[in-house]
Design a protein around this ligand. Structure first.
Ligand code: NAD
Length: 344
């Protein structure tokens, strides 16, 4: 029997490969393919429990297939998290991303997923800002200053060089201060200010990113600044009233959002307070304007904020993770990055 091996990429190897590719371009291409029905996105596997200190802990298995040339590329992200991890000095979320060999179906690349997952999510925000954000902006606000906030700010500053200021708030002031010091050391050209509350953060800049672990929506319609874009990355920050009053609402995949009533937008869709343009809903239901993929293929008009605010609610699609790990794997093979592990 021939031996079997797989390539293992730790975070440093993943970061080196990511630096050689354009994650936003991978995300935009995959959103188009998904909207044109060329991807496969099975239901996610989800398992949750409480750990010994009573903290919410969970595992999510996200399989997907995306076009790659004339064939399909298969893979999975296993992303686990426990909300008590930061108290242990660990990142909240971590896991592994896989590519599968399309002939043998064996996992061929296994990579540290925490960075990949954050980079794909931030790349989605960058693409949504390019199409649905304010025409120009030089400041952003972030509520929550963990991993997702850090990777978002890095990606936004890179993609939008006019951004010079960031306003941040975290329920844990020490985390917000550490976030500011981290950027001060690495990006002295960027002015990061810690503000006194979520309300101040929400109103401070024309781009607001929520990256908290909130389970209780707390941002009402009156908080986002006029002419602003809200990337509702953490999915449970905006209230029903904030959705109803938005100038426009865009999602990544309406069925994924609807399938999860634990998140505010899924609940509103299941209750009928939100609906889609294709469905007859309750007369008072707020219609979702479309998906970012529909905007990218020209099926729906892009809407940038005018007097009010535009919401982007990205549930998080496995196909984006699979596309990104395949792009990383290609770079790894070409550059010899990572370690070959002998399985048999
Ligand atoms: P993290 O634990 O590293 O950071 C979250 C931070 O938010 C913490 O510092 C915490 O103190 C702070 N916080 C919690 N509640 C808050 C509140 N009400 N106001 C202000 N600050 C608050 O988490 P992370 O890894 O950065 O992830 C952030 C969120 O992003 C999570 O909810 C995660 O599920 C979500 N996420 C979404 C997607 C997506 O595709 N939509 C992808 C990845 C992660």
């Amino acid at each position: 029997m021939p031996g079997e091996s797989l390539r293992f990429l730790n975070r440093a190897a993943v970061a080196a490969c990511l630096s050689k590719l354009d994650a936003a371009e991978v995300v935009a291409r995959t959103l188009r393919e998904h909207t044109l029905g060329r991807t496969e996105l099975p239901a996610e596997g989800y398992l949750s429990w409480s750990n010994s200190v009573g903290a919410y802990s969970r595992a999510i298995a996200m399989l997907g297939a995306v076009p790659s040339g004339d064939a399909m590329a298969y893979g999975m992200k296993l992303i686990n998290a426990s909300v008590s991890n930061p108290q242990r000095g660990l990142e909240r979320a971590g896991g592994l991303s896989f590519t599968f060999d399309s002939e043998t179906a064996r996992p061929s690349v296994v990579a540290e997923a925490g960075l990949l997952s954050a980079v794909r999510t931030a790349a989605y925000t960058v693409v949504s800002l390019r199409h649905l954000g304010p025409e120009s902006f030089d400041a952003v606000s972030l509520i929550g200053t963990g991993t997702l906030a850090r990777v978002h700010l890095e990606a936004i500053v890179e993609a939008f060089p006019a951004v010079r200021r960031a306003y941040v708030f975290d329920l844990e002031p020490a985390r917000a201060r550490a976030f500011r010091e981290n950027f001060r050391a690495r990006r002295p050209d960027l002015e990061v200010s810690v503000v006194a509350g979520a309300r101040q953060a929400a109103g401070a800049a024309p781009v607001l990113i929520t990256a908290t672990t909130s389970n209780d929506p707390y941002i009402p319609a009156g908080w986002p600044a006029a002419g602003s874009f809200v990337a509702h990355v953490s999915l449970d920050d905006l209230t029903e009233d904030a959705f109803r009053s938005a100038e426009a609402i865009f999602v990544d995949d309406v069925e994924l959002v609807r399938d999860n009533p634990r998140r505010v937008m899924g609940r509103l869709l299941q209750e009928g307070s939100l609906t889609t343009v294709d469905e007859p809903g309750r007369p008072d239901a707020r219609v979702i304007d479309g998906s970012l993929g529909e905007v990218l293929i020209g099926r729906r008009a892009a809407q940038r904020p005018q007097q009010g605010y535009v919401i982007s609610n990205p549930f998080g699609m496995a196909v984006l993770d699979v596309a990104l790990i395949h792009a990383v794997a290609q770079v790894a093979r070409a550059t010899g990055a990572g370690q070959l592990l002998e399985l048999l």
